[in-house]
Structures are given as C-alpha cells and as structure tokens.
Design a protein around this ligand. Structure first.
Ligand code: GLA
Length: 393
C-alpha cells in the first residue's frame, strides 16, 4: 500500500514529536455517469481518482480533541464528551459529524490529535468532502477499535453529512471512496445497494478532468432544490399512475414518462426525464465499457451533459463551454461531473491528442472567461486504506 506519510510529518510539526497510531486515507472520485440518480434509487457508475485526503491520528491522555487541517491551515479543538455541538459551516463540521456518529458506538472515547492533508481540489465536484469523511471515519474507527463494516462506515459518513453538515447528499461519493478498486468503475444500484466492479480498459484513451475554477455557493441550495423537485415529481406520478405503485423515479418507465408529458408541470417533467433517461445511460455505459467502445462511451458522456444542462438545469456557461469546445478539439465526449453549479468537466480524448488538447482548451478558456482551467488526468484508483503502528513501537 502506498501512503504519502505527509500527514505523519504534519502531525509532528503541529503537535510535537511522536508517531501517529493510525494513518488513513481515502480518495476523491469522478462519476463516469449517473448524475443526480443516487437519491432517486437509481444507478451510478463512479470511479475513485488518484487524489486523496490523508489523516494521521494519535491518542491523548486527556479528553481534548485537536485536529489540524493542512489544506485550510487551521486547528480545530473541542473537549470530550461532546456537548450538543452545532455546525459552524466550515471543514470541522465533517469531523464533528463523524465523531457524533462514532460516539454512539464508542462508550469510552478518549482525546486525540490529528493532522489532515490532501490534494483533492475543494468544492470542485470531486468529492473532497466524502474523502475527508471516509478518511476520518476509517482512522477513528481504528483508533477507537470499533468493529464497523465498510457498509456501516459508508452509511455513517452519509448520515453525518446529511444530519450535521446539512447537505442532503446521496450515497455515491462515500461508497466509491471506500469500495473503489484500481482499473475499475463501480456500478451501484442505490435501490438494492448491490454493486459490482466494471473493468475500464479503453486503450489509447485518456480521461481528463478540467476544473472550471467556478465555485458557486448555490451548489448546496440548488442541490436541495433539485432533490425536492424530484420528490414532487414522484408524488405526481404516484397519484396519476396509482396502479403502477411508483415510490421513486426509479419506478417510472420511459412509456409512463412520455405519457405524462404536457400533463405534469413542465419543470418537474424535465427533472424526471433526466433521472429516468440517465438510469438507462448508466446501463448503456456498462455495455459500452464491456465492448471497450470508446466512441460510445464518449457519446453517452455528452448525452448526459445535454440532459444535465437542458432537463436538470444544473450546468453553467463555463461548464458548457468546456464541454462544447472540447468536442470541437477532438474529445469523444465530455460532461459536467457531480452536483453541478460549477466544478469540473470530464473529457475522454485519444492519448495522442493529450498535450495539444490541454493547451488549446486552457488558452480558449482563459480568453473567454479570464480563468485558468486546471487539468488533471484521472485513472480509476483504489479506495480507502489505513495502517496502524504497533502499540508499543
Ligand atoms: C453530490 C452528492 C452525490 C450525488 C451527486 C450528483 O456529489 O454528494 O450524492 O447526488 O452530487 O450525482
């Protein structure tokens, strides 16, 4: 297992000599396809990327908790036991949310100090928050010797994000950060929670993530609003097609969807359309990967983007530009990734175009918006890992 060990150095710089007891790390992710489907009991097909949050922990003999985030350059502290903590709106909420979940299972928590380092771009749609949650939960469950299954950890992180941080997310980001494997995407059915790995072998192709450098505060409120609209759409379908027993958008067939067109409010219809058709695109993507058909993969990415732009309406001018301009420069397909309202786009391009593609796209983006678009190549990478130092060593 490769670990940077950078967090161990930062731990000592901040809190003095002494080795960590546990180091845990967890990756960010790209979602190949299946956007805004995970809270609609749909399918998702993410893969983890080679960017991580890593956290080093060691126990204290008192009841203090001290956590240093190297990314933010801040120390956060509190004293145990937790006294009804309230969210503060910043990074420490993720840690406190996890502590609250873990302490329901840990009878005698002791204090600890931790250092967190990472290289997942923040608020870019690459799940830096899920990687922070999973690294924290994996590390602390080992520090406190809690026996938790991977599924329990993943669920607990999602609950912390919904209930303490206040972001009503689905399960995709935490799930992939924990369960990812290299060279593979992961098909997850969020209705049954059954998943399977899907090999990604597209020879002569690169996946690039292009950061629009736009961070919108709208992302949380816009996300919550889309979630509500999906719920309203479900209510409409279940009342209007009561014989079909529709309890989520997963139950809506394409035939029912088109029967509803013009009868239900147009905005809700579009939201439903995106989710219903996106589920089909996920399954088509699995087939395209099986056939190693890169141009089909590209077409599905672009179709997903059009749907997120026109039907689900979570894209931005900047993201649309990156996708459209990329297609003109020879990408096989591209789309925005994650919740939307800013963040990154994912592009599939022939390896031989890589260098020219990046510089032409960056130049054009700069000319158009005066912003620098960072580009990183992403490869399906392994999920969370941890190691423990010997107790007396
Ligand atoms: C965010 C959420 C995920 C998912 C995506 C959209 O990343 O955390 O659960 O809903 O948006 O697909």
């Amino acid at each position: 297992m490769t670990v940077y060990l950078e967090s161990a150095r930062v731990l000592q710089d901040q809190f003095g000599a002494g080795q960590p007891r546990v180091i845990a790390r967890a990756p960010g992710r790209v979602n190949l396809i299946g956007e805004h489907t995970d809270y609609n009991e749909g399918y998702v097909l993410p893969f983890a990327i080679d960017r991580y949050t890593e956290a080093a922990f060691r126990p204290r003999s008192d009841s203090q908790v001290l956590v240093y985030s190297d990314t933010i350059g801040q120390i956060f502290s509190l004293a145990l036991p937790l006294q009804n903590p309230q969210p503060s709106g910043n990074w420490s909420d993720y840690v406190v949310g996890i502590l609250m979940e873990l302490f329901q299972r840990c009878k005698t928590p002791f204090g600890f100090e931790a250092a967190i380092v990472g290289n997942v771009p923040l608020e870019a749609g690459l799940s830096s928050s899920a990687s922070l949650e999973i690294a924290t939960a994996v590390g602390l469950s080992q520090l406190y010797e809690l026996e938790l299954s991977g599924r329990e950890l993943v669920k607990l992180c999602q609950r912390a994000e919904i209930e303490f941080v206040g972001m009503p997310c689905g399960i995709m980001d935490q799930y992939i950060s924990y369960f990812a494997q290299s060279e593979r995407a992961l098909l997850l059915d969020t209705r049954t929670m059954v998943s399977r790995l899907v090999p990604m072998q597209l020879e002569g192709m690169d996946f690039l993530v292009v950061d629009s450098a736009v961070r919108r505060s709208l992302s949380r409120s816009g996300y919550a609003e889309r979630r509500r609209e999906c719920e309203q759409a479900v209510r409409w379908f279940s009342q209007s097609f009561s014989e079909q027993k529709i309890s989520s958008l997963r139950d809506v067939t394409e035939a029912t969807l088109y029967e509803a067109k013009g009868k239900m409010p147009d905005q809700l219809w579009r939201r439903a359309r995106h989710v219903v058709e996106e589920n089909s695109r996920v399954l088509a993507m699995v087939e395209a990967l099986k056939r190693r058909n890169a141009s089909e993969v590209g077409q599905l990415l672009s179709a997903s983007h059009s749907s997120l732009r026109d039907s689900f309406q979570v894209s931005t001018t900047e993201l649309d530009f990156l996708v459209d301009f990329g297609l003109e420069q020879g990408s096989l397909g591209a789309r925005m990734v994650g919740g939307g309202f800013g963040g990154v786009t994912l592009h599939i391009i022939p390896t031989k175009l890589h260098e020219t593609y990046v510089s032409i796209l960056q130049d054009a983006y700069w000319r158009q918006f005066g912003l620098r678009a960072e580009v990183i190549q992403v490869r399906p990478s392994p999920g969370a890992a941890a190691f423990q130092a010997k107790r007396d060593g």
